[in-house]
Design a protein around this ligand. Sequence first.
Ligand SMILES: Cc1ncc(COP(=O)(O)O)c(C=O)c1O
Length: 420
Amino acid sequence: MSEQYNSLDESINKYREDFPILKRKIRDNKTLVYLDNAATTQKPIQVIDAISNYYSNVNSNVHRGIHALSEEASELYESAHQVTSDFIGAGFKELIFTKNTTEGLNIVANGFLDRLHKGDEIVLSRFEHHSNLVPFQQLAHKTGAIIKFIETENYEMLDLASAEKVITDKTKLVSFPHMSNVLGSISPVKELTKIAHEHGASVLVDAAQSVPHMKVDVKDIDCEFLAFAGHKMLAPMGSGGLYGKEEELEKLSPLLFGGDMIRSVSFEDATWNELPWKFEAGTPNVGGGIGLGAAVEYLNDIGMDKVRKIEHYLTDYAMKRLAELDYITVYGPPADQRGGVISFNVNGGKNGIFVHPHDVSTIMDEEGIAIRAGHHCAQPLMEAMCVPATSRMSFYIYNTKEEIDLTIDTLESVQKIFNS
Ligand SMILES: Cc1ncc(COP(=O)(O)O)c(C=O)c1O
């Protein structure tokens, strides 16, 4: 067992060498400890080099010029499409490049504008990030559709029994996070999809927190749509993807209209380009897409099973260390049922004082530790859990047990300052 762990530690240390930012000093020469990976991850040199190579040697628009640079840029961009669609088990036509998860979710919400009628039902969950709630609130306002919610089991996991109740023949679309960005809970995504399909509803998976951290196969899940972000999986800001079954994307109206997404245009009307370009209107983020392809290749070299194993190793260790502290409340399920996300509060100890997460993260920051504090773009969930905010640490392949130890030591200082 410990031999296996040594080899995980060795791998982590090897990966760390690829991330220039992890070498920088911060706040009075402290070594950066980056534990805000659920917000966005750092970028390895392989990704930085791929972007730099594109801008230094290839920069040109794609699918337009009949010249060498444009041909090379188009080839690089399309090959990034191919490796990314392979990564999630999709066909080439089934993956649209987007600027982030939010854009993918909005494309689907917008596409349902002409498919929903008054009284139709949209089913979401209590775990939603604002990005997977607000677009559907707007959709409901515009169509007269009704939103219902899958409840949770004690704010740990989504409750399948509740899903069985709220998903009915009136449900047209079901959407939920594959992994909660607040609690780390991994949803029973195949079971939920099956229930939705039994009622003829389409399924959109918000995979912002799963595609970067575990093997995701869209054909195995059998969902109609799945959205994720490149910037949360080592790729540059402004990169992401939306998967859709080919026949579903053919049916869906585009969100943006203009150049590149058309097949032919007259003064009166237009027809749409073939997939996936129908949904990529205007000049795309070519450098970002190429960077996403490089990030996928980097993750493929590691293997997604190993990514998951490392994160589980770190999460399990951090949960055990946190459990030793009587002044800490950890939210969400046990380590085995979650990804590498831990939300917690300092609210116990001798005087039982609630220390606001902003204070916790300010003290962490003084030690060079970057954690997230706040509502994590999930205000309704915070309200339902009766907490104003939480602190959150989230891991990726370059985090170490030593970093977790330092974070726990700093929590001891927080406790001493506020609560002794
Ligand atoms: C579960 C979940 N959904 C959606 C989003 C929005 O992602 P993006 O910032 O890439 O649009 C996030 C971002 O943290 C998330 O965690």
